[in-house]
Design a binder for this molecule. Structure first.
Ligand code: ZN
Length: 238
C-alpha cells in the first residue's frame, strides 16, 4: 500500500503500524545509469516489502545529500540540514496520524549518517521508533562502488528500460587515503566517467539475487517490528 494512492478513509480503516520511507538521490550514475538509480532501488525494495508485510509506503525523499557529485551536470543535492529536517518532520507528522514505527529504506550512502541522526533524536526526544536501513549494508555487500557491478545489476533487473549497456569500468576505489584518512570530497577528483567499480560485470541475474537477498532482510526486519514482544532496543537482544 502506498499512502499517496489512498484516501483518508482508506487510511483510517487500514490500521497501519509500520511506515516505510524510501530515500535516494538524484545524482549521476555514470554514462549508463539514470540519475534516479538510488531512488529506484529504494522504492522497488520498499514496495516489494510492503506488499508482503502490510507495511505502508510513505512518500519518498528523492533528492539527497549528494553534493560530492556537483561537477557532473544534472546532479541535484540538498544540504544535510534540509534532508534531516524533511525526514524528521515527515516522520513526526506520520506518527501523529497513528503510524508507530518507521523504517527509512535507503539507497544512497551519503544519506546514511543523517538518517541515523534523525532516528536517534526521534527516539531520545519522543520514543518514536524509526530505523535506518540501507540495502547494501543490510546484506554486507562487498565492492559497492558507485554505478558499478551491483547497482547496474539491480537496474538491469528492475528497470532495464532505463539502463544503457555499460562500456567501461570506473575508478577502482572511492577516492584515496592519505595517512589513514580519506581526502577526496568530490567524485570528479577520482573518477572521470562517474563510475567506481566495474559495471561491465553486471547482469540481470545478479540484480535479481541482490534484490531478493536485500528484500528478505527488510521483510524480516518489518515483521519483527510488528511483533508485540519485540524488545530490540533493550539489553536483551545485544
Ligand atoms: Zn547509487
Amino acid at each position: 500500500m502506498k499512502l499517496q494512492e489512498m484516501t483518508w478513509e482508506d487510511f483510517q480503516s487500514a490500521e497501519t503500524l509500520v511506515g516505510l520511507i524510501p530515500t535516494g538521490s538524484t545524482e549521476q550514475h555514470g554514462p549508463h545509469g539514470p540519475f534516479a538509480t538510488d531512488l529506484i532501488i529504494a522504492e522497488e525494495m520498499a514496495a516489494n516489502a510492503a506488499e508482503e508485510t502490510g507495511a505502508l509506503v510513505l512518500p519518498s525523499i528523492s533528492v539527497g545529500i549528494s553534493r560530492e557529485h556537483q561537477d557532473f551536470e544534472g546532479s541535484l543535492y540538498i544540504s544535510p540540514d534540509t534532508f534531516r529536517q524533511q525526514l524528521r518532520e515527515m516522520i513526526l507528522s506520520a506518527s501523529s496520524s497513528g503510524i508507530e514505527r518507521f523504517v527509512v529504506v535507503n539507497g544512497h550512502g551519503g544519506n546514511i549518517s543523517a538518517i541515523y541522526e534523525v532516528c536517534k533524536s526521534l527516539y531520545i526526544e519522543y520514543t518514536t521508533i524509526a530505523l535506518e536501513w540501507t540495502w547494501f549494508n543490510a546484506i554486507s555487500a562487498r565492492n559497492m562502488g558507485h554505478a558499478g557491478e551491483l547497482e547496474t545489476s539491480l537496474l538491469m533487473f528492475l528497470r532495464p528500460d532505463l539502463v544503457k549497456e555499460p562500456r567501461e569500468p570506473g575508478a577502482g576505489t572511492w577516492g584515496h587515503k592519505f595517512h589513514g584518512t580519506r581526502v577526496d570530497y568530490l567524485t570528479s577528483s577520482f573518477t572521470k566517467n562517474g563510475i567506481v567499480g566495474d559495471p561491465t560485470k553486471a547482469t540481470k541475474e545478479k540484480g535479481e539475487e541482490l534484490f531478493n537477498r536485500s528484500t528478505k532482510k527488510l521483510k524480516q526486519l518489518i515483521r519483527d517490528l510488528y511483533s508485540p514482544d519485540q524488545d530490540f532496543l533493550s539489553e536483551k537482544t545485544r
